[in-house]
Design a protein around this ligand. Sequence first.
Ligand code: AR6
Length: 171
Amino acid sequence: MSIDAVLGDLTTEPADALVNAANSTLLGGGGVDGALHAAAGPALLAACRRIRKQQWPDGLPVGEAVATEAGNLSARWVIHTVGPNRNRGQDDEGLLANCYTRCLDVATELGATTIAFPAIGAGAYGWDAPTAARVAVDAVVSHPRSGIHRARFVLFSQRLYDAFAAELARL
Ligand code: AR6
């Protein structure tokens, strides 16, 4: 599996599966979540509502992941995950790592061969760039081999890109 990082917008990234840094409600929000919903159109929200109704009535737990269709996005699937909210005292790096691991599990189950991640938790949820990057890269690198050929981190700021590039350079 190749792992790399680019500076850019996740919504236009060509990949089978795009990961959404969502919240437990799965009903949208700001940041990358808002951008993905805006680009995907109402089909994504409708799919999220079905997941809430049928699978996670109390909301998606922190560190868990679930896939939906991707609406108007060019990806086939959106995989929604919920990072720990550091601003609310949720500072367990293991839970942040679980987000990446569970997304890779779900992507593998779907048969995806390429996946693109944002820097989960590094926006509204308050994780600093070096920690967000270290946890993300460690989690993806240590995931058992799967059918995924390429995992890409798509970073929205130079600061985050630099943090991820530094972690990847250490491999
Ligand atoms: N492409 C790639 N990265 C992006 C994009 C984009 N289009 N837009 C923002 N980012 P955040 P979190 C970056 O806040 O910290 C939402 O409201 C952003 O610059 O999106 O996990 C949810 O509904 C940052 O580096 O996710 C939740 O309530 C990174 O994506 C909450 O925010 C993650 O920032 C989740 O917070």
